[in-house]
Design a protein around this ligand. Structure first.
Ligand code: NAD
Ligand code: TDX
Length: 359
């Protein structure tokens, strides 16, 4: 028996949404770091899911991909019977606030019903012997609502979601805790701030701006660009999930954040500066593309996470400075234009026209 299998017993883990931005980084970390685990990636491959995100681990012996929808109850039950999962790490979701304003019921279906179906199936499979089992739910800081200029979200901050996306994630968090209190299901929850990094779908602020700067397209800043987000490098989020999954306390929740607040307009200007240099443009050239557009309805003013609990209890902290992470991210997008072209063809053009051109 190897040293590793003595300290960490082998686990069969279902990762939902493993083909997505954050999910792919979580799957990569687990597959590479724990060769004794079997990672089963269940993903419906919606517009946001992309097998190309996992090209490097696709053939690993401890990795299996299963195409499937978390709202398909029969399929989820079959997978539990087939694999006898020890744990679920649940990331699959509809995740974009602007899309939730266009089509809220899709968010209720996947984020609320899909989570409840997973919990129901896990409970059915685990109720006789819950020892060593874990349902880890990956959630967002948006469940806490909007901060004013001062203060931080802690684990005790009351939920106050304000968009269909955040309401659906808040609801899923409540279902997870309901299964814990009612059925004794072993659960852990984490609520993370805005992620950035490679493989981020270019509907979100940072990759959308990188792509538009590159192609000399207008840079659509909502409202006055004064809204504040707390940014975390995606690989730091994946490390936090690994830490919480292995060392967190059952029934508890952990906030994850970057201690890194930025106004949107300052990020866009920073990206313009980085890209002017990398693309050999005159300083200030890309910033001329900045275009203030109609604000997002119900736009949350500020998010800021207090991640002290995770730092003090489990020793996690972010590894990268924002400027360094942003530069790495820009480099990745410039070096992976085939990936960008593939995800911005077809449906992306329809979404872009609906969100930015027609309104
Ligand atoms: P994403 O939008 O990039 O990808 C979502 C993934 O879920 C895709 O792979 C998609 O194919 C899959 N999926 C969607 N519906 C599904 C269904 N019905 N069945 C199975 N798979 C389905 O997501 P992301 O931005 O990487 O976020 C991942 C998770 O992390 C989400 O739960 C999100 O709420 C949470 N989160 C995201 C951020 C962020 O900044 N992006 C921050 C905090 C928390
Ligand atoms: O074109 C844009 N212009 C703009 O000004 C876009 C796409 C965004 N914005 C603003 C809106 C927000 O204030 O930038 C900020 C960031 O926007 P998004 O990238 O859409 O992220 P946000 O709405 O903050 O939500 C993200 O963080 C929390 C993720 O999408 C969620 O999945 C996560 O839970």
């Amino acid at each position: 028996m190897s040293t590793q299998s003595k300290t960490i017993p082998p686990k069969i883990i279902m990762v939902t949404g493993g083909a997505c931005f954050i999910g792919s980084h979580v799957v990569r970390l687990l597959v590479n770091k724990y060769p004794g685990y079997h990672i089963v990636n269940l993903d419906a491959l919606t517009y946001a899911g992309n097998m190309a995100n996992l090209k490097d681990v696709g053939k690993a012996p401890n990795y299996t991909f299963e195409k499937g929808d978390i709202t398909d109850e029969a399929r989820i039950r079959e997978l539990f019977e087939q694999y006898h999962f020890d744990a679920v790490i649940h990331l699959a979701a509809e995740s974009h606030v602007d899309r939730s304003i266009m089509d809220p019921l899709a968010f209720v279906k996947t984020n609320v019903l899909g989570t409840a179906i997973l919990l129901h199936a896990a409970h059915a499979a685990w109720k006789k012997d819950p020892a060593g089992k874990l349902f880890y739910h990956v959630s967002t800081d948006e469940v806490y609502g909007s901060l004013g200029k001062e203060g931080f979200f802690t684990e005790e901050t009351p939920y106050d979601p304000r968009s269909p996306y955040s309401a659906s994630k808040a609801s899923s968090d409540h279902f997870v805790m309901a299964w814990y209190h009612t059925y004794g299901m072993p659960v852990i929850l984490s609520n993370c701030s805005n992620n950035y990094g490679s493989n981020h779908f270019p509907e979100k602020l940072i990759p959308l701006m990188i792509n538009n700067i590159l192609h000399h397209k207008p840079l659509p800043v909502y409202g006055k660009g004064e809204n504040v987000r707390d940014w975390l490098f995606v690989e730091d989020h994946a490390r936090a999930i690994d830490t919480i999954f292995h060392h967190g306390k059952t029934g508890e929740k952990y906030n994850i954040g970057g201690f890194n607040e930025w106004k949107n307009i300052d990020i866009v200007n920073l990206l313009c500066g980085i890209m002017d240099k990398k693309l050999g443009r005159t300083p200030g050239e890309s910033a001329q593309l900045i275009t203030y557009v109609k604000d997002r309805p119900g736009h949350d003013l500020r998010y800021a996470i207090d991640a002290t609990k995770l730092n003090k209890e489990l020793g996690w902290k972010p590894s990268l400075q924002f400027e360094e992470g942003l530069e790495k991210t820009v480099d990745w997008y410039l070096a992976n234009q085939d990936w960008v072209k593939a995800v911005t063809s077809g449906d992306y053009q329809n979404y872009y026209a609906e969100q930015y051109v027609k309104r």
